[in-house]
Write a protein that binds this ligand. Sequence first.
Ligand SMILES: Nc1ncnc2c1ncn2[C@@H]1O[C@H](COP(=O)(O)OP(=O)(O)O)[C@@H](O)[C@H]1O
Ligand SMILES: [Mg+2]
Length: 321
Amino acid sequence: MFLKEIVESHKYLLFAGKGGLGKTTLSATTARYLASRGKKVIVFSTDPQASLTDVFERDLFGKGEVELAGNLYALEIDADRVVSEYQADVRKKILDMYGSVPEEIEDYIKSASAQPAMSESATFDSMIELIMAGRYDYYIFDMMPHGHAIRFLSMASLLDTWINKVVDIRKDSQEVDERVRRMSGKKTHGTEETGILGELQDIKNRLDFMAKIIGGGDTTALFYVVIPEQMAIMDTETAIAEFKKFGIELSGIIVNQVYPRELLSDPDVPEFLKSRIRMQQSNMEIIHRKFADKIVAEVRMMDREPKGFAMLEKTANMVYG
Ligand SMILES: Nc1ncnc2c1ncn2[C@@H]1O[C@H](COP(=O)(O)OP(=O)(O)O)[C@@H](O)[C@H]1O
Ligand SMILES: [Mg+2]
């Protein structure tokens, strides 16, 4: 199967891979292509090192769903801000309940919010929210680097993790409750059991929905980006094995940043560059041997970084023809 066919026939498209190989570029290129076919598309960066802002040359960071052109939207969330909003929310609840926030509690809230898991959850929440609103024909996810992506995608175990997290948060809130009570000497209102269970159920419903989307092979395609270099090849092998552990099969591997081999027979091309191309070609052989039927596209190295609309269109034409 070719990339084009897979892309057109799946509503949710995920681009994963090591950093710096082309996830964001290919996400943006694919979004551009689908939008040009008259489909309503959103590209969402789940990578904390998001760079849709760079690729589209528009400030998207923390701006919500931004319309870039007819049918083409982008979303780059500011996970830190979501976390601090959450932090403010917790403070406010304590204030409403007890009239003041003791310093020790303040520290406690701050340290809890500093955990990396918090910003991951924030990203994940936005992803679910976006999908559940159902406003688009295609959803393109520029995924976080693979270590995170694996965890992110393993929905079954993630479900467990989340339920556990909720149970933890519940324990935490009881702990906060307890501390505030000790310090303020006031009686608390107690935790509303039904509210918490309702929230738990809500999260579970959302996750079931998401698990159906990601686990359901008919609607979701997961691509992995590699380049013809040894480190990247090794990373891809590891990733395939890890995805497999979670029962996730890649829909395809995209080989990016491939120098045109014709340059080898061009007398004007310097030996330095030729030697690099030969290195790439021998890695291409390895890639074909190792990943054979998984390879869905080879994308050329462009003469400059694919940034801005005109350049993305050029890349889209090259990739999707
Ligand atoms: N086919 C290509 N030709 C030329 N430059 C590319 C190509 N693909 C990616 N790049 C450049 O490589 C760098 C990394 O790509 P990017 O898409 O940001 O990777 P990732 O999102 O995986 O970290 C960027 O500067 C990008 O412009
Ligand atoms: Mg990126």
